[in-house]
Design a protein around this ligand. Structure first.
Ligand code: ATP
Ligand code: MG
Length: 576
């Protein structure tokens, strides 16, 4: 191995096998570019190894998260990945988590889970030793690999089966105290997004498998994001899974009448047949709830049912198939509230309160009612928010039209309340000498996912454009004539000057053509390039290129180190 300055990244010895061609199975930019720029390699479905440069970026992201957690008094520890099944039985999640939970058995037939999240473990860890109100509040976090056997691992780091998460858990004696720390966590998450250079939005969210009531997701905005978001200028923003909205419906004012509507099982067909707007019709979904009760949900004809809202309301909601509908004595495609069997449970979407007259199924093959009047021809006793809101619907806060966007969920904060502390009997002694369950919060951040999200927002045709805050090194010095007696030493001396000024420097001392070096520099995405050529040196200048803008300038050789160091330092501060 040649003698090298350990503070400088010498590309001649760096393990960084960049790829000229796009990998065939990479569908989105971050996946494609992280592979091409040799930041990572795929080991198996949803499982990746980080190569030296990618690992550097990952550690910088970890460090930003660590600083923000430490700043709000959250203490770092490290918990195991392997979690005994008993803990999951205690919380009840061993049975409900489903096939996403990776389970294994040891040689003594003991069962374990590979942690997908750590609520059980942290609760078990603290419950016997965190005993008094005087020790509260307490907030703890760790950064560790998580395992989820996702149905569809895809998009590289965005949806992996093994991924790095920062997860924090807090313990409180009151809801007010939880709220205070929850707000501090949410603010820290905003700062993390900012420092990673992400364009983001905090949105109201469903709390899913983790549980609890109040939750916000942090979304990095990107067309490739898997999450749908609805937002309004007034500040309202929510995941489409849970967004409520004001829906404009069109009451079709006619006399109550049963009309023949042959072959009109779908709403579009009914509306076309009767020459009315779909917003005048009511759609029925027939399913089974969490307690196995036949349940019909009515929603406006121009909207879809939100599966998340239905599942939250009913424990679960599974659509019946044709056979099951028939067996329940119901008529598929022609379900309506008029004369409906009392044996079925009925809910209607809250927006339908504003539709005085419904066009709905007549519970008879080939017939619908028109002009069915709520309160006269039928009653609805249970109302709920059921529809998936969409762009153009009215904002629930101010009524203005909602705008749609897509996002990558990089983090989520939850108020758990006493869900885990009650199930796992984690109690403390309060001031009044009474034992009470902890009020808990938890705060997850996808470290590897956010690395990919940064790339989704920072790339161009040529490659990645790392924000200075997380780049593998800030400046790459590129000598144009490898081995040249004049150029190479001059370039190395520049690299050393920059390094001495506290700048992170990479030095492209590979015996490659200039074109190869330029392409790799753009692909890897170092924020700044210093190009040292023979002709420039003879006239006393070095070329400087900013990767993000493509702007080039010539800087006099004698001031170049100071000038570049200053620019990089300013860019660092700008991102903080
Ligand atoms: P998703 O809805 O995308 O499946 P989630 O809501 O189930 O994610 P959480 O339980 O909130 O995920 O986990 C906290 C964070 O961990 C998420 O905000 C996300 O950044 C990250 N994360 C979750 N699942 C994955 C995954 N399969 N691959 C990479 N990161 C993930
Ligand atoms: Mg989440």
């Amino acid at each position: 191995m040649p003698l090298i300055n350990p503070k400088i990244t010498h590309l001649s010895t760096l393990y960084s096998p960049t790829l000229k061609e796009d990998p065939v199975d990479a569908e989105i930019a971050s996946h494609r570019l992280l592979l091409r720029a040799a930041m990572m390699r795929r080991i198996s479905s949803g499982i990746y190894a980080f190569l030296p440069l990618g690992y550097r970026v990952l550690r910088k992201i970890e460090q930003i998260i660590r600083e923000e957690m430490d700043a709000i008094g959250c203490q770092e520890l490290l918990m195991p990945i392997l979690q005994p099944a008993e803990l999951w039985h205690e919380s009840g999640r061993w049975d409900v988590y489903g096939p996403e939970l990776m389970r294994l058995t040891d040689r003594h037939e003991n069962c374990y889970a590979l942690g997908p999240t750590h609520e059980e473990l942290i609760t078990a860890l603290t419950r016997n030793e965190l005993r008094s109100y005087k020790e509260l509040p307490l907030s703890l976090y760790h950064m560790h690999w998580k395992y989820r056997d996702e149905v569809r691992p895809r998009f590289g780091l965005l949806r992996g089966r093994e991924f790095l998460m920062k997860d924090a858990y807090s313990f409180h004696a009151s809801q007010e105290c939880l709220q205070e720390h929850y707000d501090a966590q949410a603010q820290a998450y905003g700062r993390i997004c900012h420092r990673l250079g992400l364009v983001w939005r905090g949105v109201e969210a469903d709390s899913g498998q983790i549980g609890g009531q109040t939750s916000v997701e942090f979304m990095a905005l990107a067309q490739t994001g898997e999450a749908g978001i609805l937002y309004c200028d007034c500040g309202f923003a929510a995941n489409v899974e849970v967004a409520n909205a004001q829906v404009a419906l069109k009451s079709h004012a006619v006399a109550f009448e049963k009309v023949a509507t042959p072959n009109t099982e779908a709403i579009a067909d009914v509306a076309a047949y009767l020459k009315v707007n779909e917003a005048s019709c009511v759609k029925a979904l027939c399913g089974r709830d969490g307690q196995d009760r036949t349940t019909i949900l009515f929603v406006p004809g121009n909207h879809e049912l939100s599966e998340t809202k239905a599942a939250n309301l009913l424990g679960s909601f599974t659509l019946l198939d044709d056979e099951e509908i028939k067996k329940a004595g119901l008529v598929k495609g022609y379900l309506g509230p008029v004369g409906l069997s009392k044996d079925v449970q009925v809910y209607a979407d809250a927006s339908l309160k504003e539709l005085p007259q419904w066009i709905c199924g007549a519970n008879e093959e080939g017939y619908h009612y028109v002009g069915a009047t709520l309160g006269t021809d039928f009653e609805i006793t249970q109302w709920a928010e059921l529809i998936e809101a969409r762009e153009g619907d009215g904002c629930p806060a101010c009524g203005k039209a909602l705008t749609a966007a897509r996002g990558i969920e990089v983090g989520q904060v939850f108020q758990l309340g006493t869900k885990y502390s009650e199930a796992m009997q984690a109690r403390y002694m309060d001031e009044d000498n009474a034992e009470k369950p902890f009020v808990m919060g938890c705060y997850g951040w996808g470290v590897t996912r956010s690395l990919a999200a940064v790339v989704e927002q920072h790339y161009d045709e040529q490659g990645i454009i790392w924000p200075v805050s997380v780049c593998p090194a800030e400046v790459v010095v590129i000598p144009l004539a490898a081995g040249d007696e004049l150029v190479e030493p001059a370039a190395l001396s520049l690299a050393e000057d920059l390094c001495a000024a506290g700048i992170e420097v990479a030095f492209d001392d590979r015996a490659e053509r200039a074109g190869v070096k330029f392409n790799d520099a753009d692909l890897i995405g170092w924020p700044y390039q210093l190009i040292v050529g023979k002709r420039g040196l003879e006239s006393g200048v070095v070329e400087f290129k900013e990767r993000a803008t493509g702007e080039r300038q010539e800087i006099p050789l004698d001031t170049v180190a100071a000038t570049v160091a200053k620019m990089v330092q300013d860019a660092r501060v700008g991102k903080e």
